[in-house]
Design a protein around this ligand. Structure first.
Ligand SMILES: NC(=O)c1ccc[n+]([C@@H]2O[C@H](COP(=O)([O-])OP(=O)(O)OC[C@H]3O[C@@H](n4cnc5c(N)ncnc54)[C@H](O)[C@@H]3O)[C@@H](O)[C@H]2O)c1
Length: 256
C-alpha cells in the first residue's frame, strides 16, 4: 500500500541512480515527496528522475560525488534554491567495489571506502543539518548494512565504514534531537540490486547457498522495494518517536 505520508516534503536521495536508492526515490515520490536524485552515474540518475516524472511525480537529477565537499555543498544549495527546504536526507550511496581483508587492502582502497561510504554520509549531514535546524527539523536516514554489525569475510573497509555510519546516525540523533532532527540507519541483508546480480554472476551457487542457510523466510533475497518501504516509514512522520536506531531488514539473517 502506498500512502501520502511524504506529501509536501523535499527529499535528497544519494546513490539513487540504481538499486535501493532508485527504489526509495520512486517510493518517496509516490508518497508525495519532491525528490532530488544525487549520484555520480548521470545516465542512471536521469533515468530514475524520468521514471518518477513519467508516473506524475516530481524529481530532478543532480550529479554529485558524495565524497567531495564542494559537490555536496552545491547539491544542498541547488536543492534549497529549487525547493526552499530539505525535509529528508537519505544518505544511501556507498563504494561497493574492491573488497579485501585488511592485509590485502591498499591505503588507496581503504580511503576510497571510507571516503564515499562514511565521509560521504558525514558531508551530506554536515551541510544539510544547519538548514534543517533553521526549518525546525527534518529526518536523516543512512544506509548501513548487516555488515555494519556483523563482520563479513574480506570486507574490512566496507564493514568498518558501515559500523561508522551507524554510530554517526546515533551521534546526530543525540546532538540534534532537540532541534527536531531524527537520524536513523537501515541495515539491509542481501538485496537483489545490480551490484549483487554481478556478485551472483561471478559465483552462481555460492550466495544462494549462504542465503538459504541465513534467511528465516522462504524468500532469500530482498528486493530493493523491501528496503524502500522501510526507508519511507523511517523518514516519515509515522516514525516521529524513532531516532538513533538501526532498522535491520534482512529476512532474519542476523536473528540467529
Ligand atoms: N545490495 C545489497 O545487498 C546491500 C546490502 C546491504 C547494504 N547495501 C547498501 O545499500 C546501498 C545501495 O546499494 P545498492 O545495492 O542499491 O547498490 P547500487 O550499485 O545499485 O547503487 C549504489 C549507487 O551509489 C552510487 N554511488 C557510488 N559512489 C558514489 C559517490 N561517490 N557519490 C554518489 N553516488 C555514488 C552508484 O553510482 C550507484 O548508483 C549502499 O549503501 C550499500 O552499501 C546494499
Amino acid at each position: 500500500m502506498v500512502t501520502s505520508r511524504l506529501a509536501g516534503k523535499a527529499a535528497i536521495v544519494t546513490g539513487a541512480a540504481s538499486g535501493i536508492g532508485r527504489a526509495s526515490a520512486i517510493r518517496f515520490a509516490r508518497e508525495g515527496a519532491s525528490v532530488v536524485i544525487a549520484d555520480i552515474n548521470e545516465t542512471g540518475g536521469e533515468e530514475s528522475a524520468d521514471l518518477i516524472r513519467r508516473e506524475g511525480g516530481e524529481a530532478s537529477f543532480k550529479h554529485c560525488d558524495v565524497s567531495d565537499a564542494t559537490n555536496v555543498q552545491a547539491l544542498v544549495e541547488e536543492t534549497l534554491a529549487a525547493h526552499g527546504r530539505i525535509d529528508i536526507l537519505f544518505a544511501n550511496a556507498a563504494y561497493l567495489d574492491e573488497l579485501f581483508a585488511v592485509a590485502e587492502t591498499s591505503e588507496e582502497v581503504w580511503n576510497r571506502h571510507i571516503g564515499v561510504t562514511l565521509t560521504g554520509v558525514f558531508l551530506c549531514c554536515k551541510y544539510v543539518i544547519p538548514h534543517m535546524i533553521q526549518a525546525g527539523g527534518g529526518s536523516i536516514l543512512a544506509t548501513s548494512s548487516v555488515g555494519g554489525s556483523v563482520a563479513f569475510d574480506r570486507q574490512a573497509a566496507y564493514c568498518t565504514a558501515k559500523a561508522g555510519v551507524e554510530m554517526l546516525m546515533k551521534t546526530i540523533a543525540r546532538d540534534y534531537g532537540r532541534a527536531g532532527i531524527r537520524a536513523n540507519a537501515l541495515a539491509p541483508g542481501a538485496v537483489y540490486t545490480p551490484v549483487m546480480e554481478d556478485v551472483k554472476r561471478r559465483n552462481p551457487d555460492g550466495w544462494d547457498q549462504v542465503l538459504r542457510d541465513m534467511s528465516l523466510l522462504e524468500r532469500i533475497w530482498a528486493e530493493p522495494e523491501d528496503i524502500a518501504a522501510a526507508a519511507a516509514y523511517l523518514v516519515s512522520d509515522e516514525a516521529a518517536f524513532v531516532t538513533g536506531t538501526v532498522l535491520t531488514v534482512d529476512g532474519g539473517w542476523t536473528a540467529h
